[in-house]
Design a protein around this ligand. Structure first.
Ligand SMILES: NC(=[NH2+])NCCC[C@H](N)C(=O)O
Ligand SMILES: [Mn+2]
Ligand SMILES: [Mn+2]
Length: 332
């Protein structure tokens, strides 16, 4: 046992990125759901000073723009024919996620840590698949109130931000609705044992079946309450890397609606009873401590859905804090 003193603190490290180069990938896309404004997430986080904050943590940073904010918001508003049965905007979602995929591949090819700022969660089809390509044994931690594993056949809403995991796992290749050409590029390289959820509390009945069928490990808010967030994260790491006692590359796809709407009110599908701000930050502090974090998404920040300015600043401050804690900020 190392002696604990009042000043004992964690030591974040990044063994896969010894040069501490960071690529901030802006993914201002809203077409995976129906509420405009989520494309403003990256701009607001950057305006809050995120790049400077991460530079202060010792990273050499650059911002990538695989597409512009206007690009897709204009097309999302005007393109009403982009439908497959009741599935909304498969063409735009496929295109945007593929551009994000390319940007993450590019960052990883230069050994830059990819930090992707959404936009809605459909862009994770690109971030996760590019990361699995580079790190085949990576474990994905999906932090979310939702499971986002609906298939084309099972989705009620037709919103593709509720479906990225099913595409990542290749579950739309055999369904009734045929996978549209725009989404056929998704490599489907994520195995069910290589994803673990934390924070779930609003899961469709169809999704529950898929989770069971696929044998996917999920920690809902019940588990967080029962075991505490520390135990939950340790169990999650063990499940993702069982052969090496929890050690191995980790990617984190962080939907800010995992946090309670008290802390993150400006998001498209808020659900009460979520993680406290400290639980949500502890999660990523712990990942920083493993030395094994290889990529991070922060998604579903929608500044337009705030009732007043304090809602906006609370949401943006929490979202930027997630990035900082994952990338080396410590309390002491
Ligand atoms: N990324 C999110 N916030 N997803 C919410 C998904 C909600 C619901 N399960 C759906 O399929 O539409
Ligand atoms: Mn969610
Ligand atoms: Mn999500």
């Amino acid at each position: 046992m190392t002696k604990i003193t009042a000043t004992t603190t964690i030591e974040p490290s990044y063994k896969h990125y010894p040069a501490k180069k960071l690529s901030i990938i802006a993914a201002p896309f809203s077409g995976g759901q129906s509420k405009l404004g989520v494309e403003k997430g990256p701009t607001f986080m950057l305006k809050h000073g995120l790049q400077h904050q991460l530079t202060n943590l010792g990273w050499t940073t650059q911002v990538q723009h695989p597409f512009s904010q206007e690009d897709y918001s204009t097309r999302v508003k005007s393109d009403t024919k982009d439908m497959l049965a009741h599935i909304k905007r498969p063409q735009l979602v496929g295109e945007a996620a593929q551009l994000v995929y390319g940007a993450v591949q590019e960052a990883l090819s230069h050994n830059e840590f990819p930090l992707t700022l959404g936009g809605d969660h459909s862009i994770a089809m690109g971030t996760v698949s590019a990361t699995v390509e580079k790190y085949p044994d990576v474990g994905v931690l999906w932090i979310d109130a939702h499971a986002d594993i609906n298939t084309l056949d099972s989705t009620d809403s037709g919103n593709l931000h509720g479906c990225p995991v099913s595409f990542l796992m290749g579950l739309n290749k055999t369904g009734k609705l045929e996978c549209p050409p725009s989404l056929q590029w998704v490599p489907a390289n994520l195995k069910p044992e290589k994803i673990v959820y934390i924070g779930l509390r609003d899961i469709d009945a169809t999704e529950k079946e898929i989770l069971k069928e696929q044998g996917i490990n999920a920690f809902s808010m019940y588990h967080v309450d029962k075991f505490g967030i520390n135990k939950v994260i340790e169990m999650a790491l063990m499940l993702l890397h069982p052969e090496t006692a929890g050690v191995g590359p980790i990617m984190c796809s962080y939907d800010v609606d995992a946090l309670d709407p008290l802390f993150v009110p400006a998001t498209g599908t808020p659900v009460r009873g979520g993680l406290t701000l400290r639980e949500g930050l502890f999660l990523v502090e712990r990942l920083a401590e493993t030395g094994d974090l290889v990529g991070l998404d922060i998604v579903e920040v929608n500044p337009d859905l705030a009732a007043h300015d304090v809602h906006v600043s609370d949401t943006i401050a929490a979202s930027c804090a997630i990035a900082r804690c994952a990338l080396g900020e410590t309390l002491l």
